[in-house]
Design a protein around this ligand. Structure first.
Ligand code: PLP
Length: 447
């Protein structure tokens, strides 16, 4: 034991090989690992002791900042009180409390919450609820699901089927039958360098009418979109687009699902994007920010009409044959309640709204730097497209990420050659300035 420990470098495990890392170039990473050994507020601590400014809220999730005392303490207390309570046929009080708190943040009659453990599970849950909803109402022919090109809905079979990212789909067989896609709302020619929602593109929602004409409304269960497609590079919805999608869904009895795994919990300056855009979906999926990333949790908020449709028949019978061992896990619920307290007490959603203009202008300051093809910002998030190196798509983005982490003490996301930022909502104006200064230097370095 003592000998094994002696071989371990400070903070770097001796053997990196057995861990197959998700969505990571494993061989490159293991040659030059980017390891994190600590976190506090706006910073990570790298394995060599450097403080690294977090420009990505981890993976779009630590909206309250890192290792916040109230959240840490709530998790510690809960772990010492109930390690686990069965999710089926039993429960614990914090599950109900958290459901009420979340329902109080969602608009309209979105008032019932189904818990799971990740965004991917939330998406698959929402799709299953959509199918089952039509089924219990006697519309069993409504089985088609509509997603959108460039949409990211996690990695479950449902999520990759409605998702619109070729790399996430092409290796995984025939996927799910009966899925179709709306076109992406992004068009660089018409929208480049826009702060907020672009003027051009509302008409792209009308493609749903085309799909209805092709398949017939009686076969379509639901449409799922991210209000802002974040993972594929921050694509805000064109003005009027979401309203139009809602109207077409209403006309044809199709459910509308907003995947708010990233846009939920303040990223766009409101609790949910549905509130920012004044468009009420039938379901909202969430994850990430609900616990500020501290414990895995996801869920689906459904409207009253959907919940009520299931609450029929003999009362001893299970209404929805779906759920997870760890649905509403006590640690996640404790973390969620403490996180929502932090958001409320520190008015973090409002803070994001106030910072949005300054953030967008700072981001646009990168326009004109070498290889910058487009910048899109909305809420506290931004996507910056860099031109790819000839025959090496993604290499410039990866170089930028490495330079950021190792030389500039700065972390952000690189999705191919698109750099994406989404800081914790506690970020200060000075730190925003610091982030875009660092980014400008990095973009010049990878020219
Ligand atoms: C919109 C959206 N849906 C679903 C997911 C999947 O979430 P998870 O990685 O927690 O499964 C993500 C993850 O980034 C997301 O952005």
């Amino acid at each position: 034991m003592a000998q094994a420990q002696a071989q371990v470098k400070v903070g770097i495990p001796n053997d990196l090989e057995p861990y197959w890392m998700p969505f990571t170039a494993n061989r490159a990473f293991k040659k030059r690992p980017r390891l994190i050994v600590g976190a506090k507020d706006m910073h990570y601590v790298a394995s060599d002791g450097r403080k690294v400014l977090d420009g990505s809220a981890g993976l779009w999730c630590t909206n309250a900042g890192h290792n916040r005392e109230p959240i840490v303490e709530a998790i510690q207390r809960e772990a010492a009180t109930i390690d686990y309570a069965p999710a089926f046929q039993f429960s614990h009080p914090k599950a109900f409390e958290l459901a009420s708190r979340i329902a109080s943040l969602t608009p309209g009659d979105l008032d019932h919450v189904f818990f799971c453990n990740s965004g991917s599970e939330a998406v698959d849950t929402a799709l299953k609820i959509a199918l089952a909803y039509h089924n219990v109402r006697g519309n069993a022919s409504r089985v088609r699901l509509i997603g959108r090109e460039r949409g990211y809905h996690g990695v479950g079979f449902g999520g990759i089927a409605v998702g619109g990212i070729v790399n996430n789909r092409k290796q995984f067989g025939a996927l799910f039958a009966g899925v179709d896609h709306l076109p992406t709302t992004y068009n660089r020619e018409k929208q480049a360098f826009t702060i907020g929602e672009p003027e051009w593109g509302a008409h792209l929602a009308d493609d749903l009418d085309r799909l209805v004409a092709l398949h017939d409304a009686s076969t379509i269960a639901a449409v799922i979109v991210e209000p802002v497609a974040a993972s594929t590079g921050v694509l805000p919805p064109p003005k009027g687009y979401l309203e139009r999608l809602r109207a077409i869904c209403d006309k044809h009895g199709i459910l509308l699902i907003f995947d708010e795994v990233i846009t939920g919990f303040g990223r766009l300056g409101t609790a949910f994007a549905a509130e920012r855009y004044g468009v009420l979906p039938d379901m909202i999926t969430f994850a990430k920010g609900v616990t500020s990333g501290a414990v895995p949790m996801g869920g689906v908020v459904v409207c009253k009409g959907i919940y009520d449709a299931f609450m029929k028949g003999p009362e001893h019978v299970i209404e929805l044959f779906h759920g997870y061992t760890y649905s509403a896990h006590p640690l996640a619920c404790a973390a969620g309640l403490a996180t929502l307290d932090v958001y409320r007490e520190e008015r973090l959603f409002e803070r994001a709204r106030k910072l949005e203009t300054m953030w967008g202008q700072a981001a646009m300051g990168l326009k004109g730097l070498p290889n910058v093809l487009d910048i899109r910002s909305v809420g506290l998030t931004v996507g910056i497209d860099l031109a790819s190196r000839p025959d090496a798509v993604g290499k410039r983005g990866m170089e930028a990420l490495e330079l950021g982490f190792f030389e500039r003490d700065f972390m952000f996301r690189a999705v191919g050659d698109t750099l994406a930022l989404s800081p914790p909502l506690i970020v200060t104006e000075t730190q925003i300035g610091e982030m875009f200064d660092k980014l400008a230097k990095i973009i010049r370095q990878v020219a």
